[in-house]
Design a protein around this ligand. Sequence first.
Ligand code: SF4
Length: 340
Amino acid sequence: MIPFDYRRPGNPAEAVATVIDHEGAAFLGGGTNLVDHMKLGITEPRMLVDVSRLPLDRVTETAGGGLRIGATVRNSDLAAHPWVRRNCPVLSRALLAGASPQLRNTATVGGNLLQRTRCPYFQDLTTACNKREPGSGCAAIGGYNRDHAVLGASEHCIATHPSDMAVAMLVLDAAVVTLGPGGERTLPLAGFHRLPGDAPHRDTVLEHGELITAVELPQLPFARRSAYRKVRDRASYAFALVSVAAALELEGGTVREIRLAFGGLAHKPWRARLAEEALRGAPATEESFRHAADVELAAARPRDGNAFKVPMARNTLVSVLRGLVNGAERVRTDRTEEDR
Ligand code: SF4
């Protein structure tokens, strides 16, 4: 047991100040990832600043017709929220595809965004890992890399980001609201997570002491026609090999507007902007979908163990879009896990 201090601040500003003032301090939300890492010895914070009871647990509709989600809202509460189920089923489905009911009841929205890779070498202190110990190497390159990245990786790290929720929020044009040393700022989610480059130990652009206070979703009417599909080794409690989030607006048989993102393919949730561009104004046909997937995945650089992810991503994207066009995917997303 490695001793650590524990604080429970009364408001967000006090929480931020406490972390800034104490070297080695870390925010504690639901603890579903951080506490595991402490048990494994991956991280050894000297102080935990508990933000789980701060008044950041509200979901409120904004004046512009969007939604503001407090950072400590539990994943299960957000998945069941009527606004989310009605206006963006992609988010509800993604949340319900993550983890287990027990974990979803505990894990927070802010913590979900900050969860770290499940690369097995990252969690094994006996192996080289640049993310855990900068400069030590990457055991996954040349090792077991079936679960690893095919897009945006570097020679320093080929890990993937594990969140389902973040992939769905990406197609909803979400923004992350933070409070930090410089005050409040709002960041597009698309710029929140980092690619590994030569600093894979940094997962996000957050500064030390910067606290996520909320996530904002703008009104996106066509997100009512949206879906999330997760391909994994077993039906629950498994991370994505590949996942696809999509929102689609049709005009006749043509794609008028579209949002696409992949999970399981990169160090961050991957917005498929090239595929979106290829599809805007194109006929909503299987041929167009396949072409758009190929355009996006042309940059894929698979390793020995994960070449299967490229055709899997292509086929999943095509299947999800086909389902959104013919309505099948909406029927699936109208049902929650509890309905089954
Ligand atoms: Fe570490 Fe990244 Fe390599 Fe995994 S892929 S061993 S997280 S550096």
